[in-house]
Design a protein around this ligand. Structure first.
Ligand code: NAD
Length: 380
């Protein structure tokens, strides 16, 4: 069985889907690995590193895509999806992040090629699948990087400092939405010495906020149905969001740093911060909006642009994990390796067991069919 690792072609993408350490381990499964020249370079892995791990370098991208039985990529959207799907043929398997809930029509396009597609974002939230969960891996990096970005851009330091030139008060950081990214943001801001508060609609988040030394903010409003059966955040009503915004205005006015991470899979991000709320914030404060790619949690966010409104800076960075490409690729590669270990038998042959929840949930297209029930419903 041949596995192909192409170079990522999306603008700004620095990650690679497998690092040399993953290749070395997969080789033991009788997999022959071919790498496109330069595939790992932006993440700090040279062709030489892949060769040492037992891979070969493909003569060309076309040859790699033509000969591979399995193709693994990070970013399988936009122009890279167009190019890969045009090259695919029946029987090949494509594994990557495909934004399936927002772009379900791409799964249908994959089905038309006759190839099999695995959208990693659909990994079920079960204990057995945790080691294959790229959304959690990448959210960990985003949460950390959001705080580092805020610290770099802020006009104040995070920790309290007692100096000969006087005492500097610590910064106050507020994290809105405490899933994987938010929890990592809490922990990172705390480690840097800020006074950290956090809020989430899920009651279970309270314990997690306390566990990293941050303080949960309690609002006098309660969300209903905060989690779906699959363990994802449930969408809240407009009325709830309005009451949440009112209650949050006072909290925001006290902060130096605000990091928002609230997301609802397959939906536009909820607006947690209105323009009026920004206008109530301190001059010099900073909002890092991690939901910018799905519309933003702040009304004023512009994807990948810097907005300054009445002295408040709002940043909505795209693809923060790519800015820590080495570690992001290590985590992503390990997630993909673990998935391949599930899909391949000892002889390196691919077996898709649709009785297995992991296979059933993540395979979007197979044998000319759109096989994923969730996407079929979305496209109906
Ligand atoms: P996410 O990226 O889907 O959303 C981020 C957070 O935003 C969530 O915690 C959500 O409750 C919150 N949110 C949504 N609307 C909000 C609003 N109006 N106001 C404030 N907060 C709002 O979340 P995530 O990172 O996927 O994590 C969600 C939960 O799932 C966490 O408890 C996480 O630990 C858990 N999880 C479990 C597994 C697993 O068991 N395999 C894997 C990943 C995550």
């Amino acid at each position: 069985m041949k596995l192909g690792l192409p170079r990522e072609c999306q603008a700004g993408e620095q990650r690679v889907a497998l690092i040399p350490a993953n290749v070395a381990r997969l080789r033991k499964k009788q997999l022959e690995v071919q790498v496109e020249t330069g595939a790992g370079l932006a993440a700090g892995f040279t062709d030489e590193d892949y060769l040492k791990a037992g891979a070969s370098i493909a003569a060309s991208r076309e040859q790699l895509l033509r000969d591979a039985d399995i193709i693994t990529v990070v970013n399988c959207k936009g122009t890279q999806f167009d190019e890969l799907s045009a090259a695919l043929k029946p029987g090949q398997l494509l594994i990557g992040m495909m934004d399936p809930l927002m772009q379900p029509q791409n799964a249908r396009r994959l089905a038309d090629t006759g190839a099999t597609g695995i959208a990693l974002e659909l990994m079920p939230r079960i204990t057995r699948a945790q080691s294959m969960d790229v959304l959690s891996s990448m959210a960990t990096i985003s949460g950390y990087k959001a705080v580092v970005l805020a610290a770099y851009r802020a006009p104040r330091l995070f920790p309290m400092m007692m100096t000969a030139a006087g005492t500097l008060k610590p910064s106050r950081a507020f994290i809105m939405g405490v899933g994987v990214a938010g929890l990592q943001a809490c922990a990172t801001a705390k480690r840097l010495g800020a006074v950290v508060e956090a809020y989430d609609i899920r009651p279970a988040a309270r314990e997690q906020i306390l566990s990293v030394g941050a303080k949960p903010v309690e609002l006098d409003i309660e969300a209903e149905n905060t989690e779906t059966k699959g363990g994802y955040a449930a969408e809240q009503s407009d009325d709830f969001l309005k009451r949440q915004q009112q209650a949050m205005t006072k909290v925001l006015a006290q902060q130096d740093i605000v990091i928002t991470t609230a997301a609802i899979p397959g939906r536009k991000a909820p607006i947690l911060i209105t323009q009026a709320m920004v206008e109530g914030m301190k001059t010099g404060s900073i909002i890092i909006d991690l939901a910018a790619e799905t519309g933003g949690n702040c009304e004023l966010t512009r994807l990948d642009e810097e907005v300054v409104h009445k002295g408040v800076t709002i940043l909505g960075p795209a693809n923060l994990p790519a800015s820590a490409a080495n570690h992001a690729s290590q985590m992503y590669g390990t997630n993909v390796e673990n998935l391949l270990n599930l899909l391949l038998d000892q002889q390196g042959q691919l077996t898709l067991d649709f009785e297995d929840e992991i296979v059933r949930d993540t395979v979007v297209a197979h044998d000319h069919q759109l096989v994923n029930a969730r996407l079929r419903e979305l496209l109906h």
